[in-house]
Design a binder for this molecule. Structure first.
Ligand code: HEC
Length: 124
């Protein structure tokens, strides 16, 4: 009788541990995917790497094929201030969606660019 009770208790506690392990894991996954700090976006540390990886191939160099150069702060600032940069990466408005012919950037990168623009598109 006692043994049976112990066995049942063991099975139940094992199951509880198993379940809480699962929910812990999914919590970790969730918090991992929502870690996107846009409170104070840095041009040099956050914006440049995103554009380097996704935009400079077409919008960089002395003679960009599209005539739109985004690899200097001064040039990028123009498109940040006229709203084209945010609209292009957010796929909103009448601006051609960017990156051109490619899937939209990950949500965190889109939000980071939009936040940088909203924070004044600083050269920080
Ligand atoms: C494969 C080449 C390519 C890539 C990569 C690319 N663009 Fe473009 N981009 C273009 C072309 C071509 C145009 C002109 C589109 C048009 O006139 O319809 C353009 C236009 C733009 C414009 C002006 C939009 C308008 O409607 O006037 C902005 C802003 C822009 N790109 C930003 C970006 C940003 C930011 C990235 C990276 C996230 C990016 N582009 C990646 C080719 C590219």
């Amino acid at each position: 009788m006692n043994r049976k009770f112990l066995l049942v208790a063991l099975v139940i506690s094992g199951f509880v541990v198993y379940l809480s392990g699962c929910s812990k894991e999914s919590e970790d996954k969730l918090s991992g995917s929502t870690t996107c700090d846009t409170t104070k976006v840095s041009y040099a540390q956050q914006i440049v790497p995103i554009l380097q990886n996704n935009c400079y191939t077409c919008h960089g160099g002395a003679n960009p094929s599209t005539g739109i150069r985004l690899d200097t702060y001064a040039n990028l600032q123009v498109f940040a201030n006229n709203g084209f940069l945010s609209a292009a990466v957010e796929h909103t408005g009448t601006v051609t969606p960017m990156p051109y012919g490619l899937p939209q950037l990950p949500t965190c990168e889109v939000n980071t660019i939009a936040a940088w623009v909203n924070q004044g598109a600083l050269n920080n």
